[in-house]
Design a protein around this ligand. Structure first.
Ligand SMILES: [Zn+2]
Ligand SMILES: [Zn+2]
Length: 433
């Protein structure tokens, strides 16, 4: 297929420029009504209503048996490019991860590619997925299992970051989470404490064990958590139940696999010391991002050509210790998840802070989001129109998959910490409680 990349890019830019005001209104509407994971009903409704008005798009609501997931599809034949619009916010601090910007950037990219294909009469398909519950719940993990990403030749999305930390292909960490539930026996804390089995003590021991372990862990890992269950406690009664909620992160699945049993041993030890029984239940595994270098190269060269050097270069070894369920998408198809800088954020305004939520609503943040959207639209369109590029990124992806060692690591992690079904029972006490 022959194509004129300047003319195609001009179509993308024109479409996004025309959509600017509507996208700004959408972004502010979502920002002004922050919704937590799985509750993104307002965002679902306004985004699907908007995409339904775009020429050539067919919209499906509540897909994948998820109330807030959606799909907008364009085209009927040819290569398929995917984009994602995240929507969820954080408890108490609103859109502190800037997902209002991600939502409209996904729309902008999809509209831009569709316009270019239509104007230049080129075959090709676009799918924009509304992906709920990134902050917790693994929305993309479920949508992957239910086939939403199948058949894509590549998938792209963007994410805002603080000034000076932007990059075209910065990786993220591999993460899982665990809920530990301790069970003991209640008793009068003054009258008969010897009859009790103290579940709060088990949680405290587990917590302290992890803190002790942390000194011996590589600095690239993160093990972080809280003690929960306090609504059932009173100072004059031995607590009979408690919970630990933890996140466990490492640079890759391969690095995470040996870490998980070490952390679980800390929790088991809390049960052993106190005589409690306990269960563990794993959360979705967010795999580390496999950023496709071919896609990243197109994004970076286009963005630098248009906007100058805004930190798109990734210093060797640079990573973030945050995680995303888009990492799992990058294990399914060639993918790119560039960060873009929010000019209104200071280097201290890292995502998940209230100041970052403020920065995500500024006009300059909006402009930055649409610039990033142009970048992924240009890279995505290249996948559609350029067969040799499509083959190149596929080969790179296959090599990345082979080098990741993730398959065996995932098996080990899941054996140690199953994510679904019955919680795994543990406990060392041989008496009958
Ligand atoms: Zn976040
Ligand atoms: Zn985020």
């Amino acid at each position: 297929m022959t194509y004129d990349s300047d003319a195609l890019n001009a179509s993308i830019k024109a479409a996004i420029a025309e959509a600017n005001d509507d996208l700004r209104a959408l972004s502010m509407s979502i920002h002004g009504k922050p919704e937590l994971a799985w509750e993104e009903h307002h965002a679902h409704d306004v985004l699907t209503a908007y995409m339904e008005k775009q020429e050539g798009f067919v919209v499906e609501r509540k897909i994948c048996q998820l109330d807030t997931a959606w799909r907008a599809s364009f085209g009927s034949e040819g290569p398929l490019i995917g984009f994602c619009s995240e929507m969820d916010a954080l408890p108490g601090i609103g859109h502190a991860c800037g997902h209002n910007l991600i939502a409209i950037a996904g729309c902008a990219a999809a509209i831009g590619v569709a316009r270019a294909l239509r104007e230049h009469k080129l075959p090709g398909r676009v799918v924009l997925l509304g992906t709920p519950a990134e902050e917790s719940g693994g929305g993309k993990c479920l949508m992957l299992e239910r086939g939403a990403f199948d058949g894509m030749d590549a998938c792209l999305m963007v994410h805002p970051g603080p000034r000076g930390n932007g990059a075209a292909a910065m990786t993220s960490t591999c993460r899982t989470g665990v809920t530990v539930a301790y069970s003991g026996r209640s008793a009068h804390a003054g009258g008969a404490p010897e009859k009790g089995i103290n579940a709060l003590d088990a949680a405290v021991q587990g917590y302290v064990n992890v803190s002790t372990l942390r000194q011996q862990l590589p600095t690239t890992t993160r093990v972080h958590g809280i003690i929960a269950g306090g609504e059932h406690w009173a100072p004059n009664a031995i607590p009979a139940s408690s919970k630990l909620l933890y996140g466990i992160r490492a640079p890759s699945a391969k690095d995470l696999a040996p870490l998980v049993p070490r952390v679980l041993a800390c929790f088991a030890s809390g049960a052993l010391a106190t005589g409690c029984t306990y269960t563990t239940e794993g959360q979705h595994l967010y795999l580390e991002l496999q950023q496709n270098s071919g896609l990243s190269g197109v994004f970076k060269s286009f963005s630098e050509g248009e906007w100058g050097d805004e930190g798109y270069e990734v210093p060797a070894g640079m990573t973030t210790t945050a995680s995303t369920d888009f990492g799992n998408v990058s294990y399914h198809v060639p993918a790119l998840h560039p960060m873009f800088l929010l000019p209104s954020a200071s280097p201290e305004d890292f995502p998940h802070s209230s100041s970052f939520a403020d920065a995500a609503s500024t006009p300059s943040a909006h402009q930055a989001a649409l610039r990033a959207a142009e970048g992924i639209a240009v890279a995505g369109l290249r996948v559609v129109v350029d067969e040799s590029f499509r083959n190149q990124i596929r080969k790179e992806w296959e090599a990345d998959m082979a080098a990741s060692g993730a398959e065996e690591a995932i098996k080990q992690i899941r054996e140690a910490l199953p994510a679904t079904g019955e919680p795994v029972k543990g406990g060392f006490c041989s008496c009958d409680h």
